[in-house]
Ligand binder design. Structure first.
Ligand SMILES: Cc1cc2nc3c(=O)[nH]c(=O)nc-3n(C[C@H](O)[C@H](O)[C@H](O)COP(=O)(O)O)c2cc1C
Length: 238
């Protein structure tokens, strides 16, 4: 009888231990699920916030601009930004190279004006009087839309603004850009790249269309200038 009781007691203890272990596993699982849910919610709300930030452009930006997500490149998402900003548009990379050299020398932020509708090779054909770039340059009221997220100019004292020369002038998308912002209190420095033309009217056009900012004369570069030549231009400005 005693033996039977001992076997029964041992059986009950074993059962209780097993039940306890199962409960611990279940608790762990619940807590893992809860953590996973929390991460998902946090990610969702962060992405909601990002979308809201991207939706709000500069106060006077044209309402139908800025739809493409280039937020990772945009200084507006950088917590503490630099004192100098280099804005540029570059269809084939020449101006981009100069913009990056300026940004390196000046320890500046970079902002690329990305067209909402990218320019194809056919669009850039200056030998075709019906190409998109020719038609835009022939129409001084043309304002191609910008696809990159708007940039906040808060805190910048100096902004370089670069572009290729198209038919002796700034591409019309630069006019879209300068008409969308207020440059009060900012020194604006145009620079361009070209095959052979100078800055021409482009700097003055931008100043007139912006209607704000303290515009300097600006500078034309050929393709692939040395960092030293870019640096010596910048030093002469200061
Ligand atoms: C539509 C179009 C028009 C151009 N017009 C001129 C011009 O009037 N004078 C000039 O020297 N170069 C002209 N170019 C050449 C560009 O200015 C030059 O290649 C520039 O460095 C390109 O810069 P990006 O690579 O940043 O776009 C023109 C290029 C294009 C596509």
């Amino acid at each position: 009888m005693k033996k039977l009781m001992s076997v029964l007691v041992a059986g009950v203890m074993l059962f209780s231990l097993a039940a306890c272990a199962n409960k611990d596993d279940a608790d762990k699982e619940t807590s893992l699920n809860t953590t996973e849910e929390a991460t998902t919610v946090a990610e969702t709300s962060a992405s909601d916030e990002k979308q809201e930030t991207e939706a709000s452009g500069p106060e006077n930006a044209s309402s139908d601009a800025t739809t493409e997500d280039t937020s990772s490149e945009s200084p507006e998402n950088t917590q503490a930004h630099k004192e100098v900003l280099v804005v540029y548009f570059s269809a084939t990379g020449t101006t981009k190279d100069v913009a990056e050299k300026i940004a390196k020398i000046e320890d500046a932020d970079l902002y690329e004006i990305v067209p909402a509708e990218p320019y194809s090779d056919a669009d850039l054909n200056w030998n075709d009087s019906n190409s998109r770039s020719t038609k835009e340059q022939n129409d001084s009221s043309s304002r191609p839309q910008i696809g990159s997220a708007a940039v906040s100019l808060d805190g910048y004292k100096k902004v370089y603004i670069g572009y290729p020369i198209w038919w002796g002038e700034e591409p019309r998308i630069l006019d879209t850009f300068v008409e969308s912002y207020n440059f009060d209190g900012i020194t604006m420095i145009p620079f361009c790249t070209s095959s052979s033309s100078g800055l021409g009217r482009s700097g003055k056009n931008l100043e007139d269309r912006a209607g704000s900012g303290n515009w300097l004369d600006g500078k034309r570069f050929g393709a692939g200038p040395s960092e030293d030549s870019v640096r010596s231009w910048i030093e002469d400005l200061n």
